[in-house]
Design a protein around this ligand. Structure first.
Ligand SMILES: C[S@@+](CC[C@H](N)C(=O)[O-])C[C@H]1O[C@@H](n2cnc3c(N)ncnc32)[C@H](O)[C@@H]1O
Length: 202
């Protein structure tokens, strides 16, 4: 099964609207203070069927939320947020430098080969205005014992840092948390990753 089929099936089974609450905290505490206060244009990557920006109040922003799962987009609420079925590794959608912020809602971890990640980072860079921000919360390898999860690419901190810099970004914020890392159960075994939060500027 490929990654798109996996997520399509997941959203066909999971109808309740939700997102990872750590994304909300990351946006409010770390990203929002770095944004201007009005007329923002924001792109969310991998919103699933419910954008976290549905719950962000007092934000003067035009928000587009993309996800490559047609099932997710079909289930998205009718709201001020524009939900679009787009893959981060498609070219055409990203050909205009129009966003003040590109916010990764756990999408980049789901891009599991280097060629596609290269396209994804080039697309993000191209779609940002000059001085626009890219913010991402990522699973990274823990200090000991390499981990893997199906349909995820989990890099080391150093490899993510290199990936960001090599695509032309300037890192403004880069913090690793060992306590609030992601936990998942794979084949009955608990897998725990560290959590990286980063903000970078074009
Ligand atoms: C781990 S889920 C996170 C969903 C939601 N943001 C949340 O917090 O629960 C990752 C999301 O990214 C989407 N996704 C994965 N690869 C993608 C790609 N190449 N382009 C667009 N969306 C993608 C999946 O369909 C899925 O909805």
């Amino acid at each position: 099964m490929n990654s798109k089929d996996f997520f399509d099936q997941f959203y066909q089974k999971t109808k309740e609207h939700s997102y990872s609450k750590s994304l909300y905290t990351f946006f409010e505490e770390i990203v929002r203070p770095r944004l201007s206060t009005s007329d923002l244009v924001i792109l969310e990557l991998g919103s699933g069927h419910f954008s976290l920006f549905e719950d962000i109040s007092d934000l003067q922003a035009e928000v587009t939320a993309i996800d490559f799962s047609s099932s997710a987009i079909a289930l998205a609420p009718k709201s001020k947020i524009s939900y679009k079925e787009v893959s981060l590794v498609d070219g055409l959608f990203f050909n205009e430098a129009k966003y003040d912020l590109v916010f990764d809602s756990h999408c980049i971890n789901c891009i599991t080969n280097e060629e596609e990640r290269d396209i994804a980072f080039k697309n993000i860079y191209a779609s940002l205005k000059v001085d626009g921000l890219f913010a991402s919360e990522l699973m990274i390898q823990p200090d000991v014992d390499q981990v893997s999860m199906p349909f995820k690419m989990i890099k080391s901190t150093q490899d993510v840092e290199q990936e960001i810099i090599s695509h032309g970004f300037r890192i403004l914020y880069f913090t690793i948390s060992r306590d609030s890392g992601f936990t998942s159960v794979v084949d009955g075994k608990e897998i725990k990753c560290d959590l990286l939060r980063l903000v970078a500027e074009k």
